[in-house]
Structure formats: C-alpha cells, structure tokens
Unconditional design. Structure first.
Length: 250
C-alpha cells in the first residue's frame, strides 16, 4: 500500500513553486517586467524567473503588424470628395515604451494613421492623388513614423490602396479621357496628311523637271484605270504629252 509522506508533499509544493517562477518568451516576443508597479526590465527571448506577487509581466510582439486603415471621407484641395483607404505596416522596436508611454499602441497607431491620412490628402489635388500615389505614401509614412516614434513604434510602409470617386466625377473623367483620345487621333491624322503632302510635293517637283517621267506616270495611270472594264472614263490628255509627237510631225 502506497502512503504519501510529508517529504513527498513538500517536494511537490517546492516544484510547483519553482515552476511558478519560470516564464518563457518566444524569439519574436519580449516581456516587459514590473516589480511592485515599477518598470524593471524588458526580458527575453528564452527562459527567465519572476518573483510571484512582486513581479508582473506584459508580453509584446515584435513582428511586423499589418494595420488596415478604414476608408476616410476626404475633400481634396480642388474640392473633390473622395473615399480613400490605406494599409500601414509597423513594428514595435522598444517594448517598454509601447507599454508605458501609451495605453493601447495598436489603437493609437490606427487613430494617428487615420488623422494623418485625412490631413495629408486634404492638402493634395485629385490629379496628384491619382498619379503620384507613391510620393504621397512616402509622405504619409514619414509623418506617421515621427508621431509614433515616442511610443517605440517604427512605421516602415504606408500604402494608399483605393481611391473611390463619386459617380459624377467618374463620368466627367471618362469624357475627358475620350476627348483626349480624339484629340490625339486628330493630331496623328493631321501629321500624316502633312507628311503625305510634303512627299507629294517632292514627287511633283521631281516629275516636273523630267517630261519623260511625267509621261510614264500618265501612261501608268491609264493602265490602272483600263483594268476597270465596266465603266467609261474620259481622261484629258495634257498638251505637253503630245508636244514631242507634234514636233516630229513638223
């Protein structure tokens, strides 16, 4: 028959007490330790010991966090209402500051990103917002990073995702794009006509210097027209073409 001896009980209690002292933090985490309410140290990764009742720890993740900024109603500098959303990538670089200097660093970073998005884009025109999105994203990253730096937060990337325009503005931009395409088509057509007229002028000048060439061109044209047998064509004969024959007759 098995009896529980006092030594066994004391050993079990001692083991439980020792295990309650031990804490383990992963490689991508840090433990911000407070002793009697005062900040002691940011510990980890690995195994360390806490004193029960006296010590308390708060785990903080060090991996990059993806923060979706909800769509914001913004009026651009040229008075166009748009809805813009973005994504922010940030990382905790100083765990003690993220816990001590701000109550909820994730919520605080989200609020800073929203207000900065409205402020920066409100100073930009619609064309800049659509065509220089990368430049605006860099400016957002710098401003947000400066404001979150005292909290131990490093903002690495801010990207403007979608820009939603009103339906009336979309129709106006579509008409503008169509007019621009028509303008380019007319310019290209006019340039082609101009180049063709220059070439025709050069060809006419060459033919005018050589009557034989002009006669050959005339005969070639007659040959091309004669291929159509279903029509009667009256073709004026230039006097210059008969000049050589008249001179021979005289």
């Amino acid at each position: 028959m098995f009896f529980i001896t006092p030594i066994y009980i004391y050993s079990l209690l001692f083991l439980i007490l020792i295990l309650s002292f031990i804490r383990v933090v992963r490689e991508y985490e840090r433990a911000v330790v407070f002793r009697l309410g005062r900040f002691l140290k940011a510990k980890g990764p690995g195994l360390f010991i806490l004193i029960p009742i006296l010590d308390r720890m708060v785990k903080v993740g060090l991996r990059t966090v993806t923060l979706d900024v909800p769509p914001q109603d913004i009026i651009t500098k040229d008075n166009v209402p748009v809805k813009v959303n973005a994504v922010v990538y940030y990382q905790v670089v100083k765990p003690e500051d993220a816990i001590i200097k701000v109550r909820n660093y994730h919520h605080a970073t989200s609020q800073i990103a929203q207000t900065t998005l409205r402020n920066i884009l409100g100073k930009s025109e619609l064309d800049d917002l659509l065509s220089h999105r990368e430049k605006i994203s860099q400016e957002l990253q710098q401003v947000i990073d400066e404001q979150t730096d005292p909290w131990g937060i490093k903002v690495s990337v801010v990207a403007v995702k979608d820009v939603e325009l009103p339906a009336t503005m979309q129709r106006a931009m579509a008409k503008q794009a169509e007019a621009e395409r028509e303008r380019r088509a007319k310019i290209i057509h006019a340039e082609g006509e101009f180049q063709a007229s220059n070439k025709l002028a050069e060809a006419a000048e060459v033919l005018s210097k050589n009557e034989a060439s002009l006669q050959l061109r005339f005969l070639q044209t007659l040959t091309e027209i004669s291929a159509e047998k279903n029509s009667t064509i009256v073709f004026p004969v230039p006097v210059n073409l008969l000049k050589s024959f008249l001179e021979k007759g005289k």
